[in-house]
Design a protein around this ligand. Structure first.
Ligand code: TYM
Length: 332
């Protein structure tokens, strides 16, 4: 039986954090044996917000290196830059013509981002979900492992795919979101009502970066905002502790009741130490491997080149099929 295809991606804007890891990358690594996995650095998406060019280019390379350091095998999976496969932009244009303004107007991330970047509400920001749909549909992916915040984008992607299939007959696989339980929405350590986010952080203590040293990880978790009850209990009115329980469960694979039981006789101090230590232990090998990989420029260059070629080959197949259906010329 042929394996199902998985597609996911991450923007190379800013430094990746624990939410990106627990909501996405950690799940990606666990799926690589069972599926054909394609993991993209979605650099075209990052252009919807103003970037420093040199930083963006460097961040993209760092992120690709980090994918590998976090356990994504660059031969088994395809790890590549979105901008190296022109098919993404080409299919996005075609799908733009099958997407309604009303649908895009309902996207909460567009509303949030346009209020944050009021000086630059560009058309790319508005049609961002169409490019994301193109990313996924280009590879006929059946499953898309993402954090909770991408749910709405997955829904519009499915709607576009179904609409296209209804008009032209079976063309695209209609993908499902794969959202893990524990790590799907990691919150800020200082403002636990808000999502942990690279673009929305108030201070360095809000988030744990994947490349933070163990000391920094432990110290940031010690400083995490909690409440005065001093009882490790998962409850909506205790967002700080609920977030730490979530983090602990996502890393250790324990359940919430198991965690509550484990710490029923400890106060927040001991619990925070345990959370800090397990996160530091999880991230330390990634950080070390990353340090090593950055020294091997030739290897990273070869991964970038070979994987772009593999991705292009797959993308071409779907593009040919779509071009034929919509009436574009087939060969020059
Ligand atoms: P991005 O770059 O914002 O985030 C990458 C992944 O990390 C997840 N994530 C989180 N998970 C848990 N808690 C958090 N605090 C947290 N913050 C981020 C995101 O859900 C995501 O899975 N639009 C996407 C990138 C994208 C994409 C795609 C994803 C473009 N095309 C096609 C999947 C398929 C984005 O901006 O993710």
């Amino acid at each position: 039986m042929t394996k199902q295809t998985i597609f996911s991606g991450m923007q190379p804007s800013g430094k990746p954090h624990l939410g990106n890891y627990l909501g996405a990358i950690k799940n990606w690594a666990s799926l690589q044996d069972e599926y054909n996995c394609i993991y993209c650095i979605v650099d075209l998406h990052s252009l919807t917000v103003r970037q420093n060019s040199a930083e963006l280019r460097q961040n993209a390379r760092n992120l690709l290196t980090l994918y590998i350091a976090a356990g994504l095998d660059a031969e088994k999976n395809i790890v590549y830059y979105q901008s190296h496969v022109p098919g993404h932009a080409q299919l996005a244009w075609i799908l733009n013509c099958y997407t309604y303004m009303g649908e895009l107007n309902r996207m909460t991330q567009f509303k949030e981002k346009s209020s944050k970047h009021a000086e630059n509400i560009n058309a790319g920001l508005f049609t961002y979900p169409v490019l994301m749909a193109a990313d996924i549909l280009l590879y006929q992916a059946g499953l898309v492992p993402v954090g909770d915040d991408q749910k709405q984008h997955l829904e519009i992607c499915r709607d576009i795919a179904v609409r296209f299939n209804n008009i032209y007959g079976d063309t695209f696989t209609v993908p499902e979101a794969y959202i893990g339980k524990a790590g799907a929405r990691i919150m800020s350590l200082q403002e636990p009502e808000k999502k942990m986010s690279k673009s929305d952080a108030g201070t360095e203590n809000d988030l744990i970066y994947l490349l933070d040293e163990p000391k920094a990880v432990i110290s940031k978790i010690k400083k995490a905002v909690t409440d005065s009850e001093n009882q490790v209990r998962f409850a909506p009115e205790k967002p700080g502790i609920a977030n730490l329980i979530n983090i602990y469960c996502a890393v250790t694979k324990k359940t919430v009741p198991e965690t509550e039981k484990e710490f029923e006789n400890s106060g927040y101090g001991a619990f925070k130490t345990a959370v800090g230590e397990c996160v530091a232990a999880e991230l330390e090998p990634v950080r070390r491997r990353y340090e090593e990989l950055t020294k091997d420029k030739a290897y990273i260059d070869s991964v970038i080149k070979n994987n772009a070629a593999r991705a292009n080959e797959l993308a071409e197949r779907t593009l040919k099929k779509v071009s034929k259906k919509v009436g574009l010329p087939l060969e020059i």
